[in-house]
Design a protein around this ligand. Structure first.
Ligand code: PEP
Ligand code: MG
Length: 565
C-alpha cells in the first residue's frame, strides 16, 4: 500500500535543513531483457549496435561528469571506464556471435562481471551498484526505452525519493529542481549523503517505506531530525518556512574565523580533492584546507604523476589561502581508492584490511618521494603554511617513519591521520612523533565497527554518533593534548553542526569538512560556549546508542533550535 499520509516516516537526517514539495519516486531499474532473446541473425550488425550503445552511455556519463559535483565526478569517471571496458565488450561480442540479442548479451555479461565483483568483497563489491547502473543504461538504449531518471524542473522543486541514488542520477540535479532527497537505503557516508551535503539540499537516508510513498503526495523533509511528514498541513509548512528563513538569515551573518560563543578559536577548514574545489571553499569562508585528498587528482591515471604536475596542483591551493593553513594528505591508495600505478603487491581477499594508505606508499617509495619533493617545492615561498599528513597510520613506528621521510624531503610540519582504533588508543605516542594529528571519522567508524563503509546496508554502524566512536575521538584528542599537539577532525562527522560542537567538547581543536557545511557549523559553534560543548560531549558519551547520543547532545545545545538545525 503506498503511503498517502497524513503520517510520517523516519530515517537518518544526513544533510540539514527542511524542504517540501510533491514526491517523485525514482523507478528502481530497467526491466531485465527476456531470457533466451535472440537477434535476427546478423551478428555483425548486432555487435555494432551494442558497441554504439555502450559508447553512447560512456559519452553521456562523461557529459554528466562535467557538470557534476566534485564528489560525483570520480564515480562517473570510473563508470565511463566500465562502459568502455574491452574485456566486457569481448564477453558481449561472444554472446552476440552465438545468437543472443544485444540487450540480453549486455545483461548477462555485466552479470558475470558483477558476480566476480561481489565475490571479491570489500571495495569491489561496493562498486557493483555502479556497474548495475551502467548495465541498465546500456540495456535501456538497446531496448529503446527511456531510462528512469529525475524529472526536469517543470512544476517546481520536488522531493526525490529512491531506493538509493547513483551519482549519475544526482549529477544533473540542483537546488532549484530538488527540494529534498529521501532514500530507503544508504548511510551517512553514502553517495546520496555526500552529494546532498555538497549541493546544500536537505536529505534523509535509511528511511524504511520511502519508496512506497505515492507519486505526487506532498512531503515535508527535515534533513536534521530525519522525519519525513506526508501531506503536511499549511501550518506545518509555514512553521518550517519561518524556521528556514531565520536559519538562512543567521547563517548569512556567521562569517569569519570559527569560534565558540566564549571566544575559543576553532579553525574551520575545507576538505578538497583538488584546485577545482577552491572556489566553494573560499565562498564559504574556509580558513584553509584541513584535508587535501591528493589521490583524487590521480584516480584515472595509468602512470604516477610527475613532480612538476604535482607541484602545480599543490601550489595553486597554497596560493589561495594567504596567511592560512593547508594540510595535504599524501596519496591514500587502495581499498575504496584504488590507483593503477600503486597496486597492492599481491591478491588481497580484504582490500580494506590490506596494503593501503601509508603501507602502500612504503612499498612504492619512489611515488612517495616524488610527492614529498613536489610538496617541499610548493611550500617554498608559499603564502600559506603547509602541513603534510599520512593516511591509515596504525603504529608509532609508522608515524616516526613518515616524520623522518618528511624531514628528509625538507618538510617542516608533519602529521598523521587517526583512522584506525590502534592509533586512537595510542594517540599520545603517535602525536609525539609528529606535529599534529587529524581524525578521519569515516575510516575510524569502518574499523571500529568492522562495517565496510561502502555498504549502505551497514549505514547504522557508520553513524558517527555511535558512543564507541566518540570514546575513541576522546581518547585521540586527550592523547594528542597530553603532548601539546593539536587534534583536528576531517571526516564527514565534522560537517554535522551538533556533532561539531560535541567534537569540540571532546577536545578536538579544528574541524575540516565539505565546504557547503561550513556556514551551519560556524553559526552553531558561535552560539555555544566551550563548557556547553563539553557538557554535550559528556552526555553523548554516556548514551547507550547513536540515536540517544544525538538526542542527549541536542538537548544541551539550544542554539540548534534557533537555527532550525
Ligand atoms: C576519513 O576516513 O574519515 C577520511 C577523512 O578520509 P577518506 O574519507 O578520504 O578515507
Ligand atoms: Mg580515510
Amino acid at each position: 500500500m503506498p503511503a498517502e499520509g497524513p503520517g510520517a516516516l523516519t530515517g537518518t537526517g544526513v544533510s540539514p535543513g527542511v524542504g517540501h514539495g510533491p514526491v517523485h519516486v525514482l523507478a528502481d531499474s530497467v526491466p531485465e531483457p527476456p531470457r533466451g532473446a535472440r537477434h535476427d541473425g546478423d551478428a555483425v550488425a548486432e555487435r555494432a549496435r551494442v558497441h554504439a550503445a555502450l559508447e553512447q552511455v560512456a559519452a553521456d556519463l562523461t557529459a554528466r561528469g562535467r557538470s557534476a559535483f566534485p564528489e560525483a565526478r570520480d564515480v562517473l569517471a570510473a563508470q565511463t571506464m566500465m562502459a568502455r571496458d574491452p574485456a566486457l565488450a569481448e564477453a558481449v561480442d561472444a554472446l552476440v556471435d552465438s545468437g543472443t540479442a544485444g540487450a540480453r548479451a549486455v545483461y548477462e555479461s555485466f552479470g558475470t562481471y558483477r558476480a566476480a565483483l561481489v565475490a571479491a568483497g570489500g571495495y569491489l563489491a561496493g562498486r557493483a551498484a555502479d556497474l548495475d547502473d551502467v548495465r541498465d543504461r546500456a540495456v535501456a538504449v538497446l531496448s529503446g526505452i527511456d531510462l528512469p531518471g529525475p524529472p526536469d524542473r517543470a512544476g517546481g522543486p520536488y522531493v526525490l525519493v529512491a531506493r538509493d541514488l547513483a551519482p549519475a542520477d544526482t549529477a544533473l540535479l540542483s537546488r532549484d529542481t530538488v527540494a529534498a532527497l529521501v532514500t530507503e537505503e544508504g548511510g551517512p557516508t553514502s553517495h546520496t549523503a555526500i552529494l546532498a551535503r555538497a549541493m546544500g539540499v536537505p536529505a534523509v537516508v535509511a528511511c524504511p517505506g520511502a519508496t512506497g510513498i505515492a507519486e505526487g503526495v506532498r512531503a515535508l523533509v527535515d534533513g536534521t531530525t530525519g522525519v519525513v511528514t506526508l501531506s503536511p498541513s499549511p501550518a506545518d509548512i509555514e512553521a518550517a518556512r519561518t524556521a528556514g528563513d531565520a536559519r538562512n538569515a543567521a547563517l548569512a551573518e556567521a562569517t569569519g574565523p570559527g569560534t565558540t560563543a566564549d571566544g575559543r578559536p576553532v579553525p574551520l577548514l575545507a576538505n578538497i580533492g583538488g584546485p577545482a574545489d577552491l572556489a566553494a571553499a573560499l565562498e564559504h569562508d574556509a580558513e584553509g584546507v584541513g584535508l587535501y585528498r591528493t589521490e583524487l587528482l590521480f584516480l584515472d591515471r595509468e602512470d604516477a604523476p610527475g613532480e612538476d604536475e604535482q607541484y602545480a596542483a599543490y601550489r595553486e591551493v597554497l596560493d589561495a589561502f594567504p596567511g592560512g593553513r593547508v594540510i595535504v594528505r599524501t596519496i591514500d591508495a587502495g581499498a575504496d581508492k584504488p590507483l593503477a600505478f600503486l597496486p597492492p603487491p599481491g591478491a588481497e581477499p580484504n582490500p580494506a584490511l590490506g596494503e593501503r594508505g601509508l603501507r602502500l606508499a612504503r612499498t612504492h617509495p619512489r611515488v612517495l618521494e616524488t610527492q614529498l619533493a613536489a610538496l617541499a617545492r610548493a611550500a617554498d615561498g608559499a603564502p600559506a603554511r603547509l602541513g603534510v599528513m599520512a593516511p591509515m597510520v596504525a603504529t608509532r613506528e609508522e608515524a616516526e617513519w613518515f616524520a623522518a621521510a618528511c624531514r628528509t624531503a625538507g618538510l617542516p610540519e608533519t602529521g598523521v591521520m587517526i583512522e584506525i582504533p590502534s592509533a586512537a588508543l595510542r594517540a599520545a605516542a603517535l602525536a609525539a612523533a609528529v606535529d599534529f594529528v587529524s581524525i578521519g571519522t569515516n575510516d575510524l567508524a569502518q574499523y571500529t565497527f568492522a562495517a565496510d563503509r561502502q555498504l549502505g546496508s551497514l549505514g547504522a554502524l557508520q553513524d558517527p554518533w555511535q558512543p564507541a566512536l566518540l570514546d575513541l575521538v576522546h581518547a585521540a584528542a586527550t592523547g594528542a593534548a597530553a603532548g601539546g599537539r593539536p587534534c583536528g577532525v576531517c571526516g564527514e562527522a565534522a560537517g554535522d553542526p551538533a556533532l561539531a560542537c560535541v567534537l569540540v567538547g571532546l577536545g578536538v581543536t579544528s574541524l575540516s569538512m565539505g565546504a557547503a557545511a561550513l556556514p551551519a557549523v560556524r553559526a552553531v559553534l558561535a552560539r555555544h560556549t566551550w563548557a556547553q560543548c563539553g557538557q554535550a560531549a559528556e552526555a553523548a558519551r554516556a548514551a547507550g546508542s547513536a540515536k540517544e547520543a544525538r538526542a542527549a547532545a541536542r538537548a544541551l545545545l539550544p542554539g540548534l533550535a534557533d537555527l532550525a538545525l
